[in-house]
Design a protein. Structure first.
Ligand code: UTP
Length: 227
């Protein structure tokens, strides 16, 4: 059975657009596919984390302090997904990678948020994938695929169906800044490269596409070749 790690952005979970309807259908598909793959889902912070980050910066908070606030937000978002899946909400959200892996089994969706300061939940997904020897990471994004530029800001941006990990590393930023958004986090990229883990980027709001990505089927998004 394949081992799959899903990194789902907060901007996909709670953008403020029919969020409960979306989270319900997401929960249902995750439960379904957890009978076909070992599944761990890592939730991001989205606009709520960004809000805390902005206020924290205005109040003179350090990067570590702001990261710690944002980590709590990622866990709260994860708590919503856990609730929808039938878990014990926030209490079912794992905070430790080892524990999360040990508790993963057929028919169960293990859920995490962030872990420690200095990276995003994409890196957490990559760390779990490394430790768990996962077959692939699915990045459930708020765009359809990886583009040469932000497709929301630049309509001329080229969509990539396939890209190498080296090409991806030229697109992502280098230095960690709380809540700086990018298609995948730079630490995540380096882990994917080091461990040669397949990475796919799909639109997380497209449930059918997300399901295909988790099951390793053909997708409309981007396949990142780790070699
Ligand atoms: P996210 O993973 O949500 O970042 O973490 P993001 O790229 O903004 O993703 P979206 O918008 O959800 O798609 C938000 C912030 O939380 C802190 C970092 O500051 C990160 O930028 N964080 C998160 C950590 O410090 N450590 C973690 O393990 C996770």
């Amino acid at each position: 059975m394949d081992r799959v790690i899903v990194s789902i952005g907060g901007s996909v979970l709670i953008p403020g657009k029919e969020d409960s309807t979306y989270i319900k259908s997401l929960a249902s598909v995750l439960k379904e596919v957890s009978n076909e793959v070992y599944l761990i889902v890592v939730c991001g912070g989205g606009q709520v984390a960004r809000y805390y980050s902005d206020i924290g910066k205005n109040l003179g908070g350090s990067i570590k302090q702001i990261d710690e606030l944002c980590i709590e937000v990622t866990r709260i978002n994860a708590g919503l997904l856990s609730m929808a899946i039938g878990g014990d909400g926030l209490k079912s959200v794992h905070t430790d990678i080892e524990n999360c892996i040990n508790m993963t089994s057929v028919g169960k969706v293990s859920i995490m948020g962030g872990t420690e300061s200095g990276h995003t939940t994409d890196a957490v997904a990559a760390m779990i994938a490394k430790r768990y020897k996962a077959n692939r990471i699915v990045n459930a994004s708020n765009v359809n695929a990886i583009y040469s530029d932000d497709p929301k800001k630049n309509p001329e941006a080229t969509k990539y169906s396939k890209i190498t990990i080296d090409e991806l590393s030229t697109i992502v930023y280098n230095k960690h800044v709380p809540c700086k958004s990018s298609v995948f986090d730079p630490l995540g990229v380096s882990i994917v490269k080091e461990c040669k883990i397949d990475l796919v980027v799909v639109n997380g709001r497209n449930i059918k596409e997300l399901k295909n990505a988790i099951l390793g089927k053909e997708i409309e998004g981007t396949y990142v070749n780790p070699c």
